[in-house]
Ligand binder design. Structure first.
Ligand code: TLP
Length: 344
């Protein structure tokens, strides 16, 4: 049986033997009762890493964003976010359904918001208008191809929001990819947000989990909202141990994923029936468009042992990660060339 090169997402990684060993040896308690030492260690390590007072371990990035949006707002408030934000497109309407907020979209260029447009969109509460309570940012920006938002954009936006009394939540599902690509530390990005979440289950290679970081009061409130959503976990030290292992072992290797994504993108840029914006390929994702329908490419690549996702009628995404090495990338390169020559 041919080995599969799975480029559908960086969520597909399997825990490595070292990670499994850390999980098996984890000292656990009951985290809802507040006595799982491994969860506590993950939370305090994460808070320190991002320069925040406190942190909360949650089952997923979606729950982390939902909890954050809920704690920063009241029903009827307005939240500003990118039209292509993950919370806008891929969280099943949670901001509206769970937090009860009105989402107003802004547009970005290659994932980078226009600061003046966001500033102009802020509403103050009046008899007629909702209050803009929160701005949600995403770095790296998934739909913009894993693009990195420059630090100065975060700084300007945070300055404006702070002076207007608007809070900022950063969806940093792949914040450590932004750090690896830009050389700007995750804590400097985090300093420009009231809460920031990062995912353990993406580039960091854990089976489950995200961490939400912020000030102590906000995180105390977030803990209650997590409970409300059914996200309180018991012997979750088993999962937190994977997170601690990932912070120690899997952060510094993310640049390898970026180099491999670049190799895929450069290959695609030479194919006549595929189009890729090389400038958008800054981290571990490659979005490209195809002249033939994307699902034909996806099927033909799968027949050659390469899995990827069609995220539009003519749009495909490839994502590199911990379980894809140089040899796998070369197999994918051969498959892409082969498919390009045969799919119409
Ligand atoms: N993204 C997934 C899919 O949902 C698209 C992926 O494969 O990329 N924020 C960002 C920026 C994300 O990309 C994701 C997951 C999430 C939040 C949600 O994380 P989970 O899947 O843990 O709920």
């Amino acid at each position: 049986m041919q080995a599969i090169v799975d480029l559908r997402s960086d969520t597909v990684t399997r825990p490595s033997p070292g990670m499994r060993e850390a999980m098996a040896n984890a000292v656990v308690g009951d985290d809802v009762l507040g006595d799982d030492p491994t969860v506590q260690e993950l939370e305090s390590r994460s808070a320190n890493l991002l320069g925040k007072e406190a942190a909360l371990f949650v089952p997923s990035g979606t729950m982390s964003n939902t909890v954050a949006i809920t704690v920063h707002t009241r029903p009827g408030d307005e939240v500003l976010m990118d039209a292509d934000a993950h919370s806008m497109l891929y969280e099943a309407g949670a901001p509206a359904a769970i937090a009860g907020v009105l989402v107003r979209q802004f547009h970005s260029s290659c994932g980078v918001p226009n600061v003046d447009e966001v500033a102009r969109s802020i509403h103050h509460e009046s008899l007629h208008t909702p209050r803009t309570a929160l701005v949600v940012l995403e770095n790296t920006h998934n739909v913009a191809g894993g693009a990195v938002i420059p630090l100065e954009v975060h700084e300007r936006l945070y300055g404006i929001c702070s002076s207007e009394g608007v809070r900022v939540h950063l969806d940093g599902a792949r914040l450590f990819n932004a750090e690896a690509a830009s050389g700007v530390s995750a804590s400097r990005y985090a300093a420009c947000a009231d809460t920031v979440t990062f995912c353990l289950s993406k580039g960091l290679g854990c089976p489950v989990g995200s961490v939400l970081c912020g000030d102590r009061l906000t995180i105390d409130r977030a803990r209650r909202v997590r409970k409300m959503l059914g996200g309180g976990m018991r012997q979750s030290g088993v999962l937190a141990a994977a997170g601690l292992y990932a912070l120690d072992h899997n952060r510094r290797r993310l640049a390898d994923d970026h180099r491999r994504a670049r190799r895929l993108a450069e290959t695609l840029s030479e194919l006549p029936n595929a189009e890729v914006d090389l400038a958008s390929v800054q981290t571990n994702m490659v979005y490209f468009s195809t002249s033939a329908p994307a699902d034909r490419w996806v099927t033909a690549l799968a027949q050659r042992g390469v899995l990827c996702l069609a995220l539009g009628v003519h749009r495909i995404r490839l994502v590199t990660h911990l379980d894809v090495d140089d040899e796998d990338v070369e197999r994918a390169v051969r498959a892409l060339k082969d498919v390009s020559a045969s799919v119409v």
